[in-house]
Design a protein around this ligand. Sequence first.
Ligand code: MOS
Length: 691
Amino acid sequence: MTGSVGAPAERREGREKVSGTARYAAEYHCPGRAQAWPVPAAVARGRVTGVDTAAALAVPGVLTVLTHENAPRLAEPDDPTLAVLQNPRVPHRGWFVALVVAETLEAARAGAAAVRVDYAAEEHDVTLTASHPGVYVPEEAGAGYPAVRERGDPDGAFGSSAARVDVAYRVPPLHNHPMEPHASTARWDDGRLTVHTSSQGAGAVRGVLAGLFGIPEERIVVTAEHVGGGFGSKGTPRPDVVLAVMAARQTGRAVTVALPRRYLPAVVGHRAPTLHRLRLGADADGRLTSLVHEVTTHTSRIKEFVEQAAVPARVMYASPHSRTEHRVAALDVPSPSWMRAPGEAPGMYALESAMDELAGELGMDPVELRVRNEPDAEPDSGKPFSSRHLVECLREGARRFGWAGRDPRPGSRREGPLVLGTGVAAATYPVMVSPATASARALPDGTFLVRINATDIGTGARTVLAQVGADALGVPLERVRIEVGSTELPSAPLAGGSSGTASWGWAVHEAGARLARRLAEHPGPLPEQGLDTRADTQGSADAESDWARHAFGAHFAEVAVDTVTGEVRVGRLLGTYAAGRILNARTARSQFVGGMTMGLGMALTEGSTMDAAFGDFTESDLASYHVPVHADVAAIEAHWLDEDDPCLNPMGSKGIGEIGIVGTAAAIGNAVYHATGVRFRELPLTPDRVL
Ligand code: MOS
């Protein structure tokens, strides 16, 4: 070990990014490249009865208009949201019904405006309620979790508890809105396909395209060299890449499809709204006797996706009786999908708000209530934790934040028109890992090349992997070059589920360590092409582990609520995390702070409205869907404990990409209650609600 891992190494591509030379998917200016602009459906449900493309084709520069009548036929996709232009059905407003391909972006846009589509509209239903007649219990929630888990007699135990809260919360639909909208450039040459796409995983895109277009993966190259964020919405291929490949095949040109910002909410997934009912029963000492978390959410008519919001309650607190349940209604809405900490973010908002309400009922400090309910093993599985340290996060966070001596009475701090308050919430996120492959090469000039199809979605992944490689090789960081973001590199999983660095790093570590051993045995100078090694790791699936593996954290917030305007300002946010070994102090801090900033948005400004009559989201751009700006974000501190957990991977790391968002909204909501004495149970806490 040369000690690269853990150091605050700077992002390797930082200069390219800030100088504008880093190339994103829409910026591959292949010769003769055409541009395309999609046409979204203008009804909330129904059927296309006719498309008149004459006016569009008359626009100078327009090359072709693809519709369901002339677009290439695709094999049936596993993901129905990718079956674009295959039939006249309109499953929801915003579904693409045509694509205009032109010499320029301007011509494509003008052509799209000139396409005339006739519809047979049908009645639509987009309004979720807990008692919606279409609500059912699915088999699974999210990524393969059982929809329902029950232990003991939760209803009976709740009824006979000394202290009880029975409360409902609502989290609205939320949008990922990465800075770089979804975009793809595609090109066919002699039956070979090259695609540059903005994706969290080029390998998965290649696999899906091979299936849809019926060509072997060997004839497809997909790159995702630089990606301007994804937050889950780029975890799977989206219609932009399918449309770009179709248009390139149809026109024989390279084609770029860059989705306009306002089209994203309908076609790239969203965090579905969640309606929560929490019942917490406790004895007089604050020990939970019953924990019931029921979640109702929506999905679309074409795809079942169930936000797994009751899952974190299976991990957090000891309770002899428990039920966690998901229900879903299929409505005429766009298909929901992954968004940063799917399940944990809305679920922990509800659970950690209810814990705060229970602390109030008991007259207990909310930090102490959580400490008192610390389990010996994972409550639902009975498995021991490989490491947990939630209590340490709460204690250390409380110390740094200055929690001691807090007056628990709501509304006890006033400064002119402002009321001030503080709040706490816990956070958790599972440790996941997938098999990966990496290669390492030693060159005669003393440098090393590490190659892996990892994706750097802005997290600093390539930098961290170079650090892991350097330590495994036992050489200084600057001697290690790294290549990521292409299917021409050794195959590796996507950047998702906070599992990227654990999965890729494992393979990079193995390849580097193997190469170091070979070099130690290698006599004399290296051949000109260098010396190569390759490593395949199996990772280890969670289900097979004897350990419950999760990251934990504690969030603290201080807010000021303006009693004249209803505005909530967050003065301080502090997170303390137990996330295994931190591999790069600089990029890790950015991940934590970024997650907390997104949680601040979830608490105060972000929220989408499903308009019942219109049948779609009303906020579709960044002028109406408010993400926090610098002025909204005051002091954010992220700290971590040094965890030494041997049950993870060779680096000893857990994931850090998502846990920052998890407890933030509840900590802010609890602080608003402490400031005002009023419990708001619906996000976001905008002035109109708070006043
Ligand atoms: Mo993240 S929502 O797991 O890409």
